[in-house]
Write a protein that binds this ligand. Structure first.
Ligand code: CO8
Length: 256
């Protein structure tokens, strides 16, 4: 059985399920390689507009696989070039939604934070526990977490390894939405369905500008936004969207 299952539960929506229940979905090399390969392929597949990533009820992913790295040296770790696999997720031009139940710890929490939208179960558990195994976050945990919840809460989590629940994650800004555990995937798929019906060129521009703008000055970010907004007036979907509004009908977006 593959450790990352690809499903197409809805039109234009792909679902990636991490599938190593015996190891609490720990991210070994194979999981990361498959996630990277799938996200690269789905990003380029015109029939797919939104990607949902999930685990199981017990674990989204309880971290990088500790067995995979316990005995390795720094040079071997460097030569694995894991950042290139993570980059495939960052570079995916389509919206990625994380549907989180159970443990999202360590690399699992970092994987969640690569997503654009996070739907968390009330009893999900988010943590950066690397400090407890002698290291520190290595795939964005010190940076993306700080941007999401602020310096003081991030320092506390990363230095103590203490976990927060889905409810707390929602309150702290680490989740877009918190729902009862049993509704996480349904809710994530509902959001995916809604976004899949939106004009895809505009969705791609939103993602690109919002992410690039986070690392730019406000003036530069606003310029990026303005240019992207202007660009959309070259799309057939802009004409269709506004015409449909004026004609009081539903728009049909073709991604052109
Ligand atoms: N790696 C490897 N195996 C794991 C991991 C993991 N991260 N998490 C759980 N497992 C395995 C256990 O070893 C166990 O295997 P076995 O049955 O063979 O003994 C099985 O999953 C079930 O786990 P438990 O029996 O421990 O289940 P519990 O319900 O008692 O506890 C916990 C669940 C609390 C999640 C517990 O398993 C735990 O603490 N796991 C480790 C969590 C952790 O420390 N994560 C951080 C890892 S370091 C990291 O992520 C660094 C990221 C850096 C970036 C990535 C770059 C490569």
């Amino acid at each position: 059985m593959t450790v990352v299952i690809l499903e197409k539960p809805l039109e234009s929506v792909a679902l990636l399920r991490i599938n190593r229940p015996e190891a609490k979905n720990a991210l070994n090399g194979e999981v990361r390689r498959l996630l990277s390969e799938h996200l690269t392929a789905l990003g380029a597949d015109p029939s797919i507009r939104v990607i949902v990533m999930t685990g199981n009820q017990e674990a989204f992913a309880a971290g990088a696989d500790i067995k995979d790295m316990a005995e390795i040296g720094a040079i071997e770790l460097m030569q694995r070039n894991n950042h290139l696999l993570w980059r495939a997720i960052t570079n995916c031009p389509k919206p990625v939604i994380a549907a989180v139940n159970g443990y999202a710890w360590g690399g699992g929490c970092e994987l969640v934070m690569h997503a654009d939208i996070i739907v968390a179960g009330e009893n999900a558990s988010f943590s950066q526990p690397e400090i407890k195994v002698g290291v520190m976050p290595g795939a964005g945990g010190t940076q993306r977490l700080t941007r999401a919840i602020g310096k003081f809460k991030a320092m506390l989590m990363v230095m103590t390894g203490q976990a927060i629940s889905g409810v707390e994650a929602g309150q702290m800004g680490l989740a877009s939405m918190v729902v009862p555990d049993a509704e996480v995937l349904t809710q994530a798929l509902d959001i995916a369905k809604t976004i899949a019906r939106m004009p895809p060129i505009a969705i791609a521009q939103i993602k690109e500008v919002l992410l690039a703008g986070q690392d730019a000055s406000l003036d530069t970010a606003l310029m990026l936004e303005r240019k992207a907004f202007q660009l959309l007036f070259a799309s057939a979907d802009q004409k269709e969207g506004m015409k449909a509004f004026l004609e009081k009908r539903k728009p049909v977006y073709l991604g052109k």
